[in-house]
Design a protein around this ligand. Structure first.
Ligand SMILES: *Cc1c(COP(=O)(O)O)cnc(C)c1O
Length: 386
């Protein structure tokens, strides 16, 4: 089986984790701040707060922006469920904005339409909008940012797929067009820490709030305490926080993986280019790159031109599985999930997302995928579609 994604662990990665295991700190030592500093350099953001998953980072990002009951958060239906769940963790309501048919990202045009509509009808405007850089391809951040100024919402970029990518020649995560950017380091993502995530921001208050909530809302800093210290042991809980901390082993792995970030992303772009060339004559729609962007190519998604193919979507998917091609589907529209249907969403509400779902297949792409493996995938697709 050729997997759809796979981590690339080097001897240097292994050695750096072992070193931590032999050291004094397995948690709350020097590796996490070191990793945060390296992420700051890589993204050019002012602050970075490392946590145990991107899901936790999304939760803390929402809390630090004050999301609570009575508020509404908007995101795209084509993402992992965590992007929407973070609103519900905060007691807020969730709604979706349909996707752009070319990039499959949250459509800035649909966002504008929906904002105009809710404003005209005196419905609640979103407090936060979360664009997701699907596959690593950046959303139209300039336009979304412009809309945020007119309509007064905050922006969290879900860049779980996008570390190492660029938007308008600047690294994704620099937060030029957002309040906070979130990255995931799950093993299928561009770089990994096993489980792990990070939030970047240029706002010191947001960074401090996320750092506080990551560790129980507990502080030892005198200036944050509400009364004089009782002694050297003293700490105060000043907010209701969580234990969302990243371990030292994870951070050390992250530091080591980051040294190869450019190599990983360049390699993924090379693999994508090879697919682009070899798959161009088949009845499928290949991923299109928007201008001024450099995708991290976390995923390579093809869309079937079903009217030109004898088989159905599921038949093509199953045929690829039978040929040991590790295909996947990113994603089932979130509003179609049983949980989301239970809270009131209906099929038909986001037609572009639903149409996309009926055609999309993610084919294997990972660092050091061999030419042979890529040719096997290409041959399998050709055999099935011809
Ligand atoms: C992977 C992923 C997440 C969740 O990341 P975890 O680190 O597994 O919590 C959130 N959003 C998107 C778009 C993802 O791909």
């Amino acid at each position: 089986m050729i997997p759809y994604g796979k981590q690339a662990i080097s001897q240097q990665d292994i050695d750096s984790v072992i070193e931590v295991l032999k050291s004094d700190f397995l948690t709350q030592g020097p590796q996490v701040p070191l990793f945060e500093n390296k992420i700051k350099s890589a993204t050019q953001a002012s602050y970075a707060v490392a946590v145990n998953s991107a899901t936790s980072a999304l939760h803390l990002a929402c809390l630090s922006l004050g999301l609570s009951k009575g508020d509404v958060l908007w995101t795209t239906p084509i993402s992992f469920v965590a992007t929407a769940n973070c609103a519900l963790y905060c007691g807020a309501d969730i709604d979706f904005v349909d996707i752009d048919p070319i990039s499959y990202n949250l459509s800035a045009a649909e966002l504008e339409k929906k904002l105009i509509y809710v404003k005209q009808h005196n419905l609640p405007l979103p407090k936060i909008v979360i664009p997701v850089h699907l596959c690593g391809q950046p959303c139209d951040m300039e336009k979304i940012h412009e809309l945020s100024k007119t309509y007064g919402f905050s922006i969290i970029e879900d860049a779980s797929h996008a570390i190492g990518g660029k938007y308008k020649n600047k690294p994704i995560g620099n937060c030029e067009y957002s309040d906070i950017t979130v990255f995931s380091f799950h093993p299928v993502k561009i770089i990994t820490t096993g489980e792990g995530g990070i939030a970047t921001t240029n706002n010191l208050k947001l960074a401090n709030k996320m750092a506080l909530l990551r560790s129980h809302g507990v502080t030892r800093e005198d200036e944050l305490m509400t009364e004089p210290s009782h002694g050297a042991w003293y700490y105060q809980q000043i907010e209701l926080g969580f234990n969302y901390r990243m371990t030292e082993m994870q951070a050390a792995l992250g530091v080591s993986q980051l040294t190869r970030l450019a190599e990983f992303v360049d390699d993924r772009n090379r693999l994508a280019k090879y697919y682009d060339d070899k798959l161009s004559n088949l009845p499928i729609i290949l991923p299109k790159q928007i201008k001024d962007s450099y995708s991290a190519y976390h995923l390579y998604i093809i869309k079937l031109k079903l009217t030109d193919i004898k088989l159905s979507h599921i038949q093509v998917f199953d045929a690829l599985c039978i040929k040991h091609i590790g295909v996947n589907l990113h994603y089932i529209p979130i509003h179609l999930q049983p949980y989301y249907q239970r809270i009131g969403f209906k099929s038909g509400q986001f037609p572009m997302a639903e149409e996309y779902y009926e055609q999309a297949i993610s084919i294997p792409i990972f660092h050091q995928m061999s030419n042979e493996q890529q040719d096997t995938v290409i041959q399998a697709i050709e055999d099935i579609l011809r």
